[in-house]
Write a new protein. Structure first.
Lengths: 115, 841
């Protein structure tokens, strides 16, 4: 994970508000962040909510899964898939999405955003 | 080694390909491009897609930052105006002076405009670039009649563009006595001409234009034979002229009729100056296709990197879809007696023409052409290029569309030599494709495409790439099974049986016991659909919600911009005025765009995710229920008004349609399915275009199955005639359960039947004569599904856990997504166009 010296931890939501094996959308000022609770792997991921292909605010409603070991999300519009870990597009396009660190403390979910 | 500079003049498809090819071979060069166009390289082959609203962004050959990421300097809108071949430097229009080690002409061609009096009038255009298309688009609004001069390949493309722009009366004027004179013969042209005529495109042959009449704007064309054609717009597409003016001015040798003369290494008369693509003249020939242009780019790049490759001329075989009509020509299409024996097949009824030219001894294929149907093109081209010995009955190659054709094709590809060129756009051979399978573990055409780019150009070779992959896998002893994805090494039917036998009810249970990994967007909706088909339980319960396809997960159809459309069920298309008013009121209250669907119901678009439960609460209150427009399930049973009002009606088609729609509503299947009931043989409900359709007869009902509208229309076939309502429903129960059980994922009934050994006769035996002994079980299973039906939307709004999911922001549940934008059209809203794609880094 990246250096977190400049990271501000945004209080996203309660763990119970997240969707098991799926995503929810977090409002952060004027931005939208997709938060995924990959229950099967007991992992949390956060990415930009916008799919770069057609610039739609939608990834939080995408289906998650894996390609080999790589956790991924598929955009509901045209099924472009992105790595939840690195943000890299796995459907052979040159676009990538931004990812954010996530931590869980006392039943709350926090997302690391730049200061 | 010191970095050397290569300057490329022109940033078209070929110039761009040169940069790609060079960078693959060496990093020792600095690349600088000058282009007189305002846009970076785009796909000119698919220019007409731009007319059909494909955004320019999707036509670009590479992303905006590709050039900078590869250290290429790109000067757009800046032509080279001066070249000094002795001092080896260029000067651009904006005054940039640069010296070069190598110079590449990739200047392409411009449209040849004949010197016809009046050619300067308003309304006369050429068809070459995005700018030309923008000019045509801007002018077209006010016009009704369009004409294209030039009946060649590009001229017909231009005519299609005019038709796509809404000009219903378009004429093509050709000087030669036939269309596409360089590719097809007279008989083929006649067939093509008839087909195009049916589509609204008239061809005028043997016509030379004398002058263009009109005050300032074009009004008509006058021909040398005295005839006159009125027109509001004229597009000239009478050929291309190589852009060789700078080369000529600078003292580089050009051909007497244009084109920069090159040797087999693409070198011009100056050895460090190259010409590639449509501006290059090789052995007195200009190559006006993209594939040879790419090959020239490869040869030039190899030569500069001190490799040894030569251009050996290029096969000009082509296959394309012209206004929906397949046209292909390959090898030597025109060779005749005594140098060849020809086989000709002509079907004026269907508009199909095929010609094969065999060697005089009948052993080899020399060339030919295909109009109207060109499925066998790839194999025929390979047969010519690789000098394969023909089978005993060569006519089977094109005329034998019998069931064994698939097998013929695979023995055919096995016989191809290793160096057979399969993808001519990227220059990929059979050996390279097979190698990708054996050495790089590619197991499908997509993987091969990623591995070596085969099939990434025009896409014409993709079917053959698929066949080669399958063949190679088989040779390796790999068992080819239609497995679902990396997570389930099972076919859909196997999984269906296992779910039933083990009584599995959630996605995670199934993945844990039958699969591996964490699932994906292919297996999740498939398993969810199987669960629904088997148990018909509320799809959003038991942790199955996130395994549903996006539309199923939110019980609505996602539309452009991220809003949803709402479709309540209106069985048989019958609706009480009170309910119509409710729909109007709900649409008004939530600001929804309304449209009547093809299935006789009303679609409301533009609903925010947050509003869906409120909208449905009001609809359900008024007696509506979910229409399952979002699911792979029964859509509608359309009906004509039938005997209750119609003077021709034999039975009450509306009541029967309602009964059937209510019986099968909500049942999940491998794909959506549609139905209709007509009250008499006039067939106003169009039942024969449906997955199952019912038509009233004097004695009962005729039941038709496996029809389809959509992209591949197919009439439904008669399954049983003159049956009563009860029998009809029994047959339908069996038919639908058989389909649900055995069809591949996302396969409509028509495709399912097409793949079924024995076809409709077999299906009839199973459904009507119960040849599998399954009828009783299927009827019982269907009865269970019917009884288990509840309205999903009612369940969703009554369950607080499910209802909670219908909000956009989990941390601000009452706020709507403010990024959603609408435009207005005819007094209603519409989704804003796609945002311009950006590449985030």
């Amino acid at each position: 994970m990246e250096t977190l010296t400049n990271t501000k931890w945004l209080t996203a939501c309660h763990v119970d508000d997240a969707v098991e094996n799926g995503g929810v959308c977090i409002k952060h000022e004027n931005q939208q962040i997709a938060l995924f609770y990959f229950t099967r792997r007991n992992e949390w991921f956060a990415t930009q909510n916008e799919c770069p292909h057609k610039r739609q605010m939608i990834l939080s409603r995408g289906m998650i899964g894996s390609l080999g070991e790589e956790p991924k999300v598929a955009c509901p519009f045209h099924k472009k898939t992105f790595s939840l870990r690195t943000g890299e597009c796995l459907s052979g396009e040159e676009c990538a999405i931004k990812t954010y660190p996530v931590k869980i403390e006392n039943g709350m979910v926090y997302i690391g955003v730049e200061n | 080694m010191a970095t050397k500079t290569i300057i490329i003049i022109g940033n078209g498809m070929v110039g761009n390909k040169f940069c790609e090819k060079l960078l693959e071979k060496s990093a020792d060069f600095r690349l600088i491009i000058f282009s007189d166009e305002p846009y970076r390289a785009y796909d000119r082959v698919h220019l007409s897609d731009y007319i059909n609203k494909k955004p320019l962004e999707e036509l670009y050959m590479s992303s905006e930052d590709w050039y900078s990421s590869k250290n290429i300097t790109l000067h757009l809108n800046d032509p080279i105006v001066h070249l000094d071949i002795t001092k080896q430097y260029v000067e651009s229009g904006r005054g940039i002076q640069l010296s070069y080690d190598y110079l590449i002409f990739a200047t392409g061609s411009s449209a040849f405009v004949p010197n016809i009096p009046g050619i300067e009038k308003e309304g006369v255009f050429v068809y070459r670039t995005i700018e030309d298309l923008d000019l045509i688009k801007a002018y077209v609004n006010t016009t009704q009649k369009g004409t294209v001069i030039g009946g060649g390949l590009l001229g017909l493309e231009a005519a299609k563009a005019l038709m796509d722009l809404g000009i219903s009366k378009t004429n093509v004027v050709e000087f030669a006595p036939r269309l596409m004179p360089r590719q097809i013969d007279h008989a083929a042209s006649t067939v093509l001409q008839q087909k195009l005529q049916q589509l609204g495109l008239e061809a005028l042959l043997n016509k030379a234009t004398a002058f263009i009449e009109g005050d300032t704007k074009i009004q008509s064309l006058h021909f040398t034979d005295g005839s006159v054609l009125e027109t509001d717009i004229l597009v000239i597409s009478a050929g291309i002229r190589p852009r060789d003016e700078l080369a000529l001015k600078s003292g580089i040798l050009v051909g007497p009729r244009g084109g920069i003369i090159v040797n087999k290494h693409m070198q011009t008369s100056e050895p460090n100056i190259f010409a590639i693509g449509e501006c290059a003249l090789f052995e007195e020939m200009i190559y006006g296709l993209v594939a040879p242009g790419y090959e020239m780019a490869e040869v030039a790049a190899t030569t500069i990197c001190e490799g040894n490759k030569s251009f050996k001329g290029f096969d000009m075989s082509t296959k394309l879809k012209l206004i929906g009509v397949d046209v292909a020509s390959f090898g030597d299409p025109f060779i005749e007696e005594p140098y060849a024996r020809t086989i000709v097949f002509e079907d004026k009824n269907k508009g199909v023409y095929k010609r094969l030219n065999l060697s005089p001894d009948g052993k080899y294929l020399l060339g030919g052409m295909l109009i109207g149907e060109a499925n066998s093109y790839n194999m025929l081209l390979q047969t010519v290029n690789n000098h394969l010995v023909l089978p005993e009955n060569p006519e089977d190659l094109v005329f034998g569309e019998r069931s064994s054709s698939g097998q013929n094709a695979s023995t055919g590809i096995a016989a191809l030599p290793d160096d057979a060129l399969i993808c001519s756009c990227e220059g990929i051979t059979k050996a390279q494709i097979c190698h990708a399978v054996t050495e790089q573990n590619c197991e499908n055409a997509d993987a091969v495409k990623k591995c070596n780019k085969a099939g990434s150009g025009c896409g014409g070779c993709v079917p053959m790439v698929k066949d080669l992959v399958t063949m190679t896998l088989k040779q390796q002893g790999k068992y080819i099974r239609n497995v679902i994805c990396e997570h389930f090494q099972l076919s859909r039917q196997e999984l269906y049986d296992l779910i039933k036998i083990h009584e599995l009810k959630t996605y995670d249970e199934i993945l844990d016991s039958l699969g591996k990994g964490d699932g994906c967007e292919t297996c999740k909706p498939l398993v969810s659909s199987l669960l629904a088909s088997t148990w018909n339980e509320m799809i959003l319960q038991k942790g199955n919600d996130t395994a549903q396809d996006s539309n199923d997960r939110f019980l609505a159809n996602i539309q452009k911009g991220g809003t949803y459309s709402v479709v309540p069920r209106i069985p048989g298309g019958e609706i009480h005025p009170d309910k119509l008013i409710v729909i109007g009121q709900v649409a008004q209250k939530y600001g929804l765009y309304t449209k009547i669907t093809g299935g006789q119901r009303i679609d409301m678009f533009g609903a925010h995710l947050n509003d869906l439960p409120f909208i449905w609460a009001e609809l359900i209150e008024a007696g509506f229920e979910s229409g399952h427009a979002y699911g792979k399930a029964l859509r509608t049973v359309k009906s004509c008004v039938g005997s209750t009002w119609c003077r021709f009606g034999l039975h009450d088609s509306v009541s029967f349609a309602i009964q059937i729609e209510e019986r099968y509503r909500g049942i999940r299947a491998p794909h959506k399915f549609k139905s209709a009931v007509s009250g008499c043989i006039r067939e106003c409900a169009e039942a024969q275009s449906k997955d199952f359709g019912i038509i009233a007869t004097e004695k009962g009902w005729n039941l038709y199955v496996c029809g389809n509208g959509g992209s591949k229309p197919q009439h439904a076939l008669l399954l049983a005639s003159d049956i009563d309502s009860e029998t009809c429903i029994r047959y339908l129960d069996r038919f639908l359960m058989f389909y649900i059980r055995t069809a591949d994922p996302l396969t409509r009934t028509a495709t399912w039947l097409n793949k079924m050994d024995g076809g409709i006769d077999y299906l009839r035996n199973v459904v009507v004569n119960d040849s599998l002994g399954m009828a009783q079980q299927w009827e019982a299973e269907m009865e269970k599904l019917v009884l288990a039906y509840t309205c999903e939307w009612k369940a969703a709004i009554e369950n607080p856990h499910i209802r909670k999911r219908f909000s956009h922001f989990v941390n601000a549940p009452d706020e709507r997504d403010t990024s959603v934008r609408f435009d207005e059209m005819r007094g209603q809203k519409k989704a804003a166009d796609w945002n311009i794609p950006s590449i985030t880094s």
